[in-house]
Design a protein. Structure first.
Length: 242
């Protein structure tokens, strides 16, 4: 069987037969792949815990006729242990892997920018570099922006006028961004200036803003709606965060 080597992050696993699992990974150069890990559920598996969700591994894959097979897996970064030890980080990590799994829909489709964003977010979660919720919000908006769905937050999507921090603005998910009071469509929801500033920081990955605790400001529901609308299917783990 032909072999290829890559590095990847385990997104999810499903049981197969008595002792195997099918592992879904996002890889640096081969995009999303699925491969069987044989014997991985045995106590003395040669893969150890290296093929669990959120693990970043160097893998050797054998190309099969129906399914590929994991031949070797070496750990590059054990994000899983520190993430699973922190409930907030664990929930956000689930949102992250589910989002990228949906965004990169086709197998073997090139997704190196999505891969870099993914390992950046998991690394930040594992190191508790920023508040977990902010890492999740920023990740979802940036991953969707990479896919072409960047919210327009600085100017009205209808008239194009740059909005002022003192005026009332609205966010239309279907419309793709903010709307001024004169142009708002019925679906547009009020967006406070603090929320708008935080949305912009999340899209830009501006941690000086996002690290500042703002307990009265949550952009979670906007991020959730944005994600669900542009991914077209509800993100299950986003709902669990509410
Ligand atoms: Zn307008």
């Amino acid at each position: 069987m032909p072999l290829y080597r890559d590095e990847g992050v385990v997104l999810r696993t499903v049981k197969l037969g008595e002792a195997d699992r099918i592992i879904t990974l996002l890889t640096r150069t081969h995009g999303k792949i699925r491969a069987v890990a044989k014997g991985v559920r045995r106590v003395k598996s040669r893969f150890g815990g290296r093929l669990e969700p959120f693990m970043r591994v160097d893998i050797l894959i054998a190309t099969g006729r129906s399914l590929d097979v994991v031949s070797q897996a070496e750990s590059i970064a054990a994000y899983a242990a520190p993430i699973c030890a922190d409930y907030d980080a664990y929930e956000v990590a689930n949102v992250i892997v589910e989002t990228v799994d949906k965004l990169v829909s086709a197998e073997n489709e090139q997704a190196s920018a999505q891969y870099r964003l993914l390992i950046g977010a998991l690394n930040a979660l594992a190191k508790h570099a920023h508040p977990a919720a902010a890492i999740g919000d920023s990740y979802v908006l940036r991953a969707l922006a990479l896919a072409g769905w960047t919210p327009r937050l600085r100017s009205c999507v209808v008239c194009g006028r740059v909005v002022d921090s003192s005026e009332r603005v609205f966010l239309s998910v279907a419309g793709g961004g903010v709307m001024c009071a004169a142009d708002r469509t019925p679906d547009a929801q009020p967006l406070s200036n603090d929320e708008r500033v935080r949305m912009i920081a999340a899209v830009d990955g501006d941690w000086t803003v996002l690290d500042e605790p703002m307990p009265h400001v949550s952009i979670r529901h906007f991020v959730e709606e944005w994600g669900e609308y542009y991914l077209e299917r509800p993100i299950r783990s986003l709902r669990l965060l509410d």
